[in-house]
Design a protein around this ligand. Sequence first.
Ligand code: HPA
Length: 256
Amino acid sequence: MNDQLIAIIGGTGVYQMPGVVSDAKDSIDTPYGEIEFSRARFIVNDRGASLPLIFLPRHGYHHSIPPHRINFRANLYGLKQLGVTHILATAAVGSLRKEIAPADLVLLDQFIDFTRCRCSTFFDGGDMGVEHTDMTDPYDSNLRQSLLEAAKRADLFLRDGGTYACTEGPRFESRAEVKMLAQLGGDVVGMTNVPEVVLARELGIPYAVVALVTNYGAGLSDQPLTHAEVTQAMDWNKERLQQLLQAWFYVLMNDH
Ligand code: HPA
């Protein structure tokens, strides 16, 4: 593990992690703007062994940055500048299918991009030049395998594979949109994984996401959808997500 530095990008409801000692918040300047993050350590044993981590709350420490205003390029470029070698992200998602229920954990393996107003590339003809990045399998297969192993170790069900339909937000979808996204192959819907996964790939940083299903997509349940429902579901279920992350750190330590 010596030459590796893991970053956790925390989504809605994940602003810190128990079992992880966090140093003071820090910030770094990038060509795209400044980002705030914490340096953290996962304590491995009582002899003081620990795994260094970078923690970056995607929406800010107080959920003050809406999905369409997240500075994704600064976030990813900043992590690269910090020497991050692997990224694990969490994401709150709505389910587009009855068989994927609220509280399920899904290890994404594909995405479909329905965003409209975001800068989704580093390769826009400036200093970084023009490049067309392969996106056949956007999520890193080694990281995915290690997460499946961690789920086994923690005795948690982690759904192996799921297609993330990314919408622009910040509004939720209409009933017709949820129907369309499912018909086009989406399994879950969220507002942030594009361009995050794309930019990580453009920078060559292996990246994976564990999505936590907080609700059924609009129209799949009887109730209108609210942000409070999403954050409450995240609160009720984030312990399992944290157990999974902790088991994953142990898997990583034992691998090396
Ligand atoms: N739609 C979009 N984003 C979301 C949802 C949803 O239903 N739930 C959590 N994030």
